[in-house]
Design a protein around this ligand. Structure first.
Ligand code: HEM
Length: 381
């Protein structure tokens, strides 16, 4: 079966696949409809995320010796325990307290774009903003941001294609060195280093696994959301004009971008038991490919799904997943992107993005977005 890399637009392919609902090829099962994707994601007792259990002992031991599996690839009960350790740092209320800090960063970056007139949106705003924010939350120095960029590019490409051992090794060494059991600083790495579950501290490998996840998950994804939102606004100058007149619609634009050009297009599970999804037989050890980006265009759920319409009533997209693995960073990603749009529209009267081509796109089986997007801006006088 043809499976797209997101170097190409997948949406026509999804549309034809949705007519077949679920497609099996060997022990791979591909799920395209919204309700079926939600069924799998919400049923973690049958559909596991614990992929390291399927690797050969050599690779599994090599990976585990450096960074323990993160919550993204753990099932309960360990998933529940570890997620509980950081969830209070990511509540919408806690995240709101970063508003001023993010706004200042965004304003500075946008002023810089105005001064240049023409530049690469990704390297000037979409990439540096989320990585600076998450580095600050984790407590890692800004001077290392260039290194993070190389790692996250390498991981975005390797995601879903098997582990990139060299990058994993470099990142693990970096974070192992950051662990300081005596630190009382107010950041996430210190918090993870000093917290206990049933009187047991996390191991160095668990802290490392968690830190890598937060750095990577909070980075490329939000970069793509910001870029995709501005690309969509450049395609719809009428909606951009409305945003300039009324920046309260920024949140609606972010939600519609999440649905329409979901930064994470697909995720995976494997079946621990035989099961039926809406009459379709799933067998133990099947790999399940879940196309969030297709579910978000399901015509039975969203009216006129191929139309970018921030004012649609139904905003129940699943771009952040569903169930126990629902994205921990959703409030942060939403806040960062909303602030960028608000600060952008305060200062820029109109803008255009130069023609994008396939080489500008991220080469990934999971992530949907651009490495580069040249923008031209005209400031408000
Ligand atoms: C999980 C998407 C931003 C941290 C997920 C999942 C999705 C997702 C789809 C679930 C994957 C699955 O069930 O297999 C996104 C998108 C983002 C974004 C589209 C931006 C637009 C962030 C940010 C952070 C973050 C900013 C943190 C700083 C996480 C974590 C998980 C996760 C820790 C794992 C949760 C768990 O397994 O319990 N994200 N994410 N994400 N995300 Fe995000």
């Amino acid at each position: 079966m043809y499976i797209p890399s997101y170097k190409e637009e997948p949406f026509e392919w999804y549309k034809s696949m949705r007519t077949q609902r679920i497609v099996r090829e060997g022990n791979s099962v591909h799920v395209f409809k919204y309700n079926d994707v939600v069924t799998v994601l919400s049923n973690h007792n049958v559909f596991s995320s614990q992929f390291r259990d399927l690797l050969g002992d050599d690779i599994k031991n090599e990976l585990d010796s450096r960074a323990a599996p993160s919550i993204l690839i753990l099932d309960p009960p360990r998933h529940t325990e570890l997620r509980g350790l950081v969830s209070s740092a990511f509540t919408p209320r806690k995240i709101e307290s970063y508003d001023n800090y993010i706004r200042e960063l965004a304003a500075k970056m946008i002023e810089n774009i105005i001064e240049k007139g023409r530049c690469d949106l990704v390297s000037e705003i979409s990439y540096p903003l989320p990585i600076m924010v998450i580095s600050n939350m984790l407590g890692v120095p800004e001077k290392d941001l260039k290194k993070f960029k190389e790692w996250s590019d390498a991981l975005a490409t390797s995601l879903g294609r098997g582990p990139d051992l060299r990058t994993q090794r470099e990142m693990s060494e970096y974070f192992l060195n950051m662990i300081d059991r005596n630190s009382n600083e107010d950041n996430l790495i210190s918090r993870l280093s000093n917290v206990s579950i049933d009187d047991k501290k996390l191991t160095d490998q668990e802290i490392t696994g968690f830190s890598i996840l937060l750095l990577v998950a909070g980075n490329e994804t939000t970069t793509n959301l910001i870029t995709n939102a501005l690309i969509e606004l450049s395609n719809h100058p009428d909606i951009y004009k409305e945003l300039v007149d009324n920046n309260k619609i920024a949140g609606d634009i972010v939600e519609e971008t999440l649905r329409f050009r979901s930064p994470v297009q697909s995720t995976r599970r494997y079946a621990k038991y035989d099961y039926q999804i809406n009459g379709f037989n799933i067998y133990k050890n099947d790999f399940i490919f879940l196309y969030l980006g297709s579910a978000n265009r399901d015509e039975e759920i969203f009216k006129d799904p191929d139309n970018f319409n921030p004012f649609r009533e139904n905003k129940r997209h699943i771009a952040f997943g569903n169930g126990i693995h629902f994205c921990l960073g959703a409030p942060l990603a939403r806040l960062e992107s909303r602030i960028v749009l608000e600060e952008f529209a305060k200062r820029i009267e109109s803008f255009s993005i130069e023609r994008l081509n396939p080489d500008d796109r991220i080469d990934s089986d999971i992530m949907y977005g651009y490495k580069r997007a040249i923008i031209n801006v005209k400031k408000i006088n």
